[in-house]
Structures are given as structure tokens and as C-alpha cells.
Design a protein around this ligand. Structure first.
Ligand code: COA
Length: 574
């Protein structure tokens, strides 16, 4: 069965569906929703048996849905209609939400229903709910809808608001007025809820010292207090603002400007000049956790196992974060633990160097250089640690350098739903570093390595395991995955062959170093990166600019639009 994705972007849901449907042996091709004419052309070229729209912001042209069955994935329960589905669900404290797969027709989100599934809501950011619950539920619902289509006997159910089980309603798009924070009245929870509901995009518009910013990445603070709305502390990338009953940390902000495009950066970077009198409240990554606060790196030890958590917003790691994580790793290696588990964060493992902070720097080329070197230093510390075994536990997705960071560990586990993008080329043909030329061939054949790098497609944890890229994938939710990782790590530390394994690792490192020193891999990679950063070809800088400013695609990349590699048929009509 040939399935065409029509999607606004190849986002996390589209990637996951691509992986799942490919695994189910469907022939999948992707067209980004650029214009009606381009979509029509894609349909003509591919002649799909079914069209799936994982993430659309506009209606599908009538000429397409009148001739082809189009299934729209809507992140809402049955009857929910409108563009801010998840935002409203969070704002309205819904206890249960869902995903509905419906057939496109003349009315937006009102077509016949092919499948719908629900999930319990969490108090979390919209992007976190989307990346986990929505993606998971949507995957199940789309697979169910496709099997119903394939059965040829299933009749989709028309939307009927008279049915008491239909709880969703048409809602207006949410506005910044709906989202606005009243610092004199809103409780900490309400403020968190408002920022959570706008996380990812568009953020909550607020004013700080007369300048308008969109706020993202909010966290509770239990101890600090002050005048509601005022900035009372800073820590690393975040600022802390008092509320009427506590305080919240804000990690990321985007300045609103009517004259120029802006993008998200760390709050402390955005407000740099006005924070000189604000106290920096340090928190040792190794201090035991007492109450809620903001921390992006923290360590906990249980018997002979150390767990190093690093939860960076969007998985992006700036120079200082790489340096701090390396310091924490080396400190962990200096303790009595036998195993260090790199936990990443609950939403992301890592997406590599911080493209937004690079873009913001006065010299993006210099900052790219600093960032990749800091990342390399971190990877090097992990590879050359022969005192302990390191385990990478991927709770969330990983991309580009983030994937190769995980390969520095001795053992790699991931949740089955994790999506990996083990390639760099999508960022303007970036060559990549992180010792990937050493790490990747340790796990896969050179043919497989080339294929991963060149196809530029996401792969699922199951495919990664089959390739040998990771050791195992565990079909568990977050809590159970973390529990299982603790069991595995504790077992490794207590294992009778622990010392033997360590010895083997030390020996292998010596052999590898004699064969080719790590410095030589690094130098060769960095030579290529230097060309990316400082050479005549500006592709990396252009691609980063487009990525950071979220410039819409002008065309669908060929590695996604398989139909465009084919011989063209007529483009007259569909
Ligand atoms: N630096 C800064 N921000 C990053 C980032 C990075 N390396 N990687 C992802 N992000 C941000 C995105 O801009 C997006 O921001 P938003 O919250 O404002 O929307 C958010 O993280 C989620 O990314 P998105 O692209 O929407 O996620 P996805 O699941 O659809 O795609 C990737 C995942 C990894 C394919 C994609 O994010 C990507 O290509 N990232 C860049 C990887 C890279 O080239 N790193 C540099 C080389 S090491």
C-alpha cells in the first residue's frame, strides 16, 4: 500500500509515523504542505492508495480529498475542532485527552471518524505531551485507521454532536489574551499551566522592563520568594520570577519584535544587561534534591551506580552546558560508583550543539567551533573513562551529534518509542564531529554507516537495535523504563564479571588508540567542520538560519519525497 504524508513539517509525529508505517512495510513518501499546486503534483506523481496528514495547518485542497481518501490526525478527542486543541486541553485542566483520525471533507476537522483513542493528561508542557502521549496515541490510532481502511468493510462514523459520548466541541483559536499572565492574581500553578500550554509555540507574551517577550520552559520554585512578577534570581540559563504564592523559573524567551524576526534563546542571554544586580543562586549538581527548583544537570547515586541527568530545553546543548556536563561526568567518575548512567532528559536525550545560541552569537562560526569542541571534550571524557562502565539511557529522542554522544557509552538502551536521527547532513551538509568516525564503525558496518548518514531519515529504536547501533530497546513508559534501567545498572555493577568487563574495555581502548589515536579522528572531523564553519560554502550557516528562524520549506527534500525521484507523469489534475 502506498501512503503519502501531506504535512506542514516532518515533525516528531510525522517521523514516528514514517518509522512505524515503514516497519509495517507500507511504501511511504512525504510531501510538505507548501502549496495546493505542489500537493496536487505530489499526488499525481505518487498515485497513493491513501493520504495521511500527521500535522497540517491548512485544509487539504478539495481536488485531492474528493479523489483520494485523506486521513487527518487531529490531536483532540472526538468532536474537538479547531487549531489550538492541546493548548485548550491544558488550559481547561482536562483529565483525559485524545487523538482522532478523521477523513478530510469540506469542513475542517469534521469528517467521518476512522479511529480515536484517549490518554490520561499529565501536568506538563504542550511539547512534552505532544512528543509522548500524542505521538504514542496517534501512532496507535493511525495504524488502527489504516487496518480499517484495508479491511474494506469498516464504515467510518460521522461526527454527531447529539451523541452524549461526543465530548469535544469546536473552539476558537487561543489568543495571547487567553494566555496572558496576571502576576498580581495568578497562582504559581496557573502561571505554569499558561506557559506549559504555549510551550514550543507560540509562548506566553509578557513584558519585562517594558520589553515584550514570549516565555517558554517554566519550572516550579519552592523556596525563593519576592514581589510578584519581579525577577528574584538567576541560575545558568534561567531566571526566577516571584508569584503571589511562590516563584517560577523561566528557561527560554523570545523577544517580540514588529520589525525583525526573532528566535528563542536562554532567558539569561535575552536579559543579559538587565540582570547584573540579580543574585545568581548556585545549585550543586551533586546536591541531593530537596523540593522543586530549576536544574538542568543533576547527579544521584544509589549504591554503586551514579545517574547523571541532563535535561536541556529541546535537547540543545550550548558550549557552557557541554562544559558543565563534562565537569559533572568527570566528578561522577571520581566517586566510588562502578557504573555511570547517562540519563539525558525525560523529553530529549540530546539534539547536539545549540543552533539558536550559535545563531545569536556575534560570530556564529566561532561559537560553532567553541560548541563543537566543548561537545567533543565531553564525548572524549566518556570514551576515555576506563575507571567505570558508562550506560546511555535514552528516554527521549536524539538527533545529529546527540546520537553520537550516546555512542560514546559502553552500553546503550532506549525506549522503543524513541526516534533517532543519526546523521548531520540535513544541517547544510554539516560533516559532524563528536568522534563519530570512531564511534559509528564500532557498532555498524561501513556500508550501514554510509547509509545512515546519507539517507538522512529517522530510524526507530527497534531498527537501531537491529543495526547494532544500540544494545536494546525497551517497550516501557517513562517510569518503567527508568525503573528497568536502574535494575540493569545495578545488575551490571554487581555482576561477577564486572572487573573483567572493565579490563576488556581498557584493553580495547589501548588497541584502538594504537591503531589510530582519538586525536586523529577528532582532527580529521574538525578539519571538515572548519570548512563548514569558515569555508567558502555557506550551506551550514544558511541551513542553521532557516532552522532557527523556522523559515518555511520552499520544497520537499528529495530524501523525503521519494515520489519526486520517480519519472514524472502528467501534472494535469489529479
Ligand atoms: N539547537 C537548537 N534548537 C534545537 C536543536 C538544536 N540542535 N535541535 C532541535 N531544536 C529545537 C527546534 O528548533 C524546536 O524548537 P521549538 O520548540 O521552538 O519548535 C525543538 O527543538 C524541537 O525540534 P523539532 O525540529 O521540532 O523536533 P523534531 O522531533 O521534529 O526533529 C530533529 C528532531 C533532531 C530532526 C531536529 O530537531 C533537528 O534537525 N535538529 C537539529 C540537529 C542538528 O543539526 N544539530 C546540530 C549538529 S550536532
Amino acid at each position: 500500500m502506498k501512503i503519502l504524508f501531506l504535512t506542514h513539517s516532518f515533525n516528531s509525529l510525522a517521523q514516528r509515523l514514517h518509522v512505524e508505517l515503514t516497519r509495517h512495510r507500507f511504501e511511504v513518501s512525504v510531501e510538505l504542505d507548501i502549496s495546493d499546486a505542489v500537493s496536487c503534483e505530489a499526488v499525481t506523481l505518487f498515485q497513493p492508495d491513501l493520504i495521511v496528514a500527521p500535522f497540517l495547518k491548512r485544509a487539504i485542497p478539495a481536488i485531492i480529498w474528493q479523489h483520494y481518501r485523506c486521513l487527518i490526525v487531529h490531536p483532540g478527542i472526538i468532536g474537538d475542532r479547531g487549531p489550538s486543541a492541546l493548548d485548550w486541553a491544558i488550559m481547561q485542566d482536562q483529565l483525559q485527552w485524545g487523538v482522532t483520525v478523521l477523513q478530510a471533507n469540506a469542513e475542517m476537522d469534521a469528517g467521518d471518524i476512522w479511529a480515536s483513542q484517549v490518554f490520561p493528561m499529565r501536568f506538563a508542557t504542550k511539547s512534552s505531551l505532544y512528543r509522548h502521549e500524542v505521538v504514542e496515541t496517534a501512532t496507535a490510532a493511525v495504524l488502527q485507521a489504516i487496518s480499517r481502511v484495508q479491511s474494506g468493510t469498516y464504515t467510518p462514523i460521522p461526527l454527531n454532536y447529539a451523541d452524549p459520548n461526543v465530548l469535544g466541541r469546536l473552539h476558537a483559536p487561543i489568543t495571547q489574551t487567553d494566555r496572558a499572565i496576571d502576576w498580581e492574581r495568578d497562582s504559581t500553578r496557573t502561571i505554569l499551566k499558561k506557559i506549559h500550554a504555549a510551550d514550543g509555540f507560540p509562548g506566553v507574551l509578557d513584558s519585562i522592563e517594558g520589553v515584550s517577550y514570549y516565555l517558554f520552559d517554566a519550572h516550579t520554585e519552592d523556596r525563593l520568594r519576592g514581589i510578584p512578577g519581579s525577577i528574584i534570581a538567576k541560575r545558568q540559563n534561567a531566571i526566577c520570577r516571584a508569584t503571589i504564592d511562590g516563584a517560577v523559573w523561566i528557561g527560554f524567551m523570545k523577544q517580540k519584535s514588529d520589525t525583525q524576526s526573532t528566535f528563542k534563546i536562554a532567558a539569561t542571554l535575552a536579559l543579559q544587561d538587565s540582570l547584573t544586580d540579580i543574585p545568581e543562586i548556585h545549585l550543586d549538581a551533586f546536591a541531593s534534591k530537596t523540593g522543586n527548583t530549576y536544574r538542568d544537570i543533576w547527579f544521584e547515586q544509589e549504591d554503586q551506580v551514579g545517574y547523571l541527568h541532563f535535561s536541556f530545553y529541546n535537547g540543545a546543548m550550548d558550549t557552557r552546558q557541554c562544559e558543565r556536563l563534562r565537569e559533572a561526568y568527570l566528578r561522577a567518575a571520581d566517586t566510588s560508583v562502578r557504573i555511570i548512567v547517562l540519563m539525558g532528559g525525560p523529553d530529549f536525550w540530546s539534539n547536539g550543539i545549540h543552533l539558536n545560541h550559535i545563531e545569536y552569537a556575534s560570530s556564529p562560526a566561532d561559537e560553532s567551533w567553541r560548541n563543537i569542541n566543548a561537545m567533543n571534550d565531553l564525548v572524549l571524557a566518556i570514551i576515555t573513562n576506563t575507571r567505570q562502565l558508562t550506560v546511555a539511557a535514552l528516554q527521549g529522542n536524539a538527533g545529529a551529534g546527540g546520537v553520537f554522544l550516546s555512542l560514546a557509552a559502553d552500553h546503550i538502551y532506549a525506549r522503543t518509542s524513541v526516534i533517532l536521527n543519526p546523521h548531520y547532513k540535513n544541517m547544510g551538509n554539516l560533516y559532524g564531529s563528536e568522534y563519530w568516525t570512531y564511534l559509528l564503525p564500532r557498532r555498524v558496518s561501513s556500508e550501514q554507516a554510509n547509509q545512515l548518514m546519507d539517507t538522512r531519515l529517522p530510524i526507530g529504536a527497534m531498527e537501531a537495535q537491529q543495526l547494532g547501533l544500540i544494545d536494546d530497546c525497551l517497550a516501557l513508559d517513562h517510569a518503567d523504563f527508568v525503573k528497568k534501567i536502574r535494575e540493569i545498572a545495578t545488575g551490571m555493577a554487581a555482576s561477577t564479571d564486572y572487573l573483567q568487563q572493565l579490563k576488556k574495555k581498557q584493553l580495547q581502548r589501548q588497541i584502538d588508540e594504537r591503531r589510530e589515536p582519538l586525536q586523529s579522528y577528532r582532527s580529521e572531523e574538525l578539519q571538515r567542520m572548519q570548512l563548514n564553519f569558515y569555508g567558502f560554502d555557506p550551506s551550514y550557516h544558511v541551513a542553521r538560519y532557516h532552522f532557527v528562524y523556522k523559515r518555511p520549506h520552499g520544497w520537499t527534500p528529495r530524501y523525503l519525497a521519494r515520489h519526486r525521484g520517480r519519472k514524472r507523469r502528467t501534472t494535469a489534475g489529479v
